[in-house]
Design a protein around this ligand. Structure first.
Ligand code: GDP
Ligand code: MG
Length: 251
């Protein structure tokens, strides 16, 4: 740097200079890459659209990969974050995509999205209740999907030289507004549910120091006349973003 410029910088008032250093620090830091997993229809795409601050242009994957790359829009809280969404539909592509984000090019954190059996949940036309059999079936599928993903997270955490973080995102809470706490608890470590047991296993395998686990409610879509207001939805998303920023050290 030319002498005159470096002197110019030194001559800046302290507050400005430290602001400048802060900015430089942000640029030097490595921005996190986050895997987004969970079975089809659970709400991954819609969630990531919100976190990125823009809708996907029906995101086409990179050549030779099923993983959808999404980046956060400038100026948003998670600026610089990169999301890698693992598609859930096709079993074969899904396995390859899981390998890609957990082995080939490991991520810094994971959002595993669940919806308590409401992956494709819709109120059946002409009825007021849920098709309970379908919901239970979908809970089973969610659990199978989680088992598969949890194994990969465990081995990544073990191989990785630095800690990784996992957030279980319990989404579509607008569809069970009176049971949010209870459902969130059922997806938590130590809950004694099948999902919770797998989470405990995962933590034991990975080692608590290698893996942090959070469970947060979310909602990224508002159905007309639904139980969650847009303001409440935004609060859920803001809390999720704040936690992610904290886990990634971007506070
Ligand atoms: N009620 C409700 N529906 C949601 C929510 N998030 C996503 N959906 C809907 O669930 C369906 C599947 O969402 P999508 O993001 O495509 O799921 P993906 O297959 O995991 O990417 C879509 O019809 C979404 O509009 C939510 O928070 N609440
Ligand atoms: Mg999708």
């Amino acid at each position: 740097m030319p002498e005159s410029r470096s002197r110019g910088v030194r001559a800046l008032p302290g507050a400005v200079r430290s602001g400048r250093e802060r900015v430089t620090g942000v640029f030097q830091r490595r921005f996190p890459t986050v895997a987004v997993t969970g079975m089809t229809g659970v709400g991954k795409t819609e969630l990531v659209d919100h976190l990125c601050g823009r809708p996907s242009k029906d995101g086409t994957p990179e050549a030779g990969s099923a993983v959808l790359e999404r980046r956060v829009r400038r100026g948003s809280r998670l600026q610089g974050f990169r999301f890698r969404v693992v598609p859930g539909a096709n079993a074969a592509t899904r396995l390859g995509a899981l390998d890609e984000v957990f082995y080939d090019d490991p991520v810094d954190g994971v959002l595993h999205v669940v919806a308590d059996g409401l992956a494709t949940g819709r109120r059946t036309a002409g009825t007021t209740g849920w098709a309970d059999v379908d919901r239970d079936e979908q809970r089973e599928r969610e659990l199978e999907d989680w088992t598969l993903t949890a194994h990969r997270i465990a081995s990544m955490a073990v191989r990785r030289g630095r800690p990784i973080w996992l957030i279980i995102v319990v989404t579509k809470v607008d569809l069970f507004p009176d049971a949010i706490e209870e459902v969130v608890r059922s997806y938590s470590p130590g809950s004694g549910t099948p999902f919770g047991d797998k989470l405990d296993e995962l933590r034991a395998l990975a080692g608590a120091a290698n893996l942090s686990i959070d469970v947060l409610p979310a909602c990224s879509h508002i159905e007309k006349g639904g139980a969650i207001s847009p303001k409440q939805r935004d609060r859920y998303l803001a809390a999720l973003e704040a936690r992610m920023a904290q886990l990634a050290g971007h506070v």
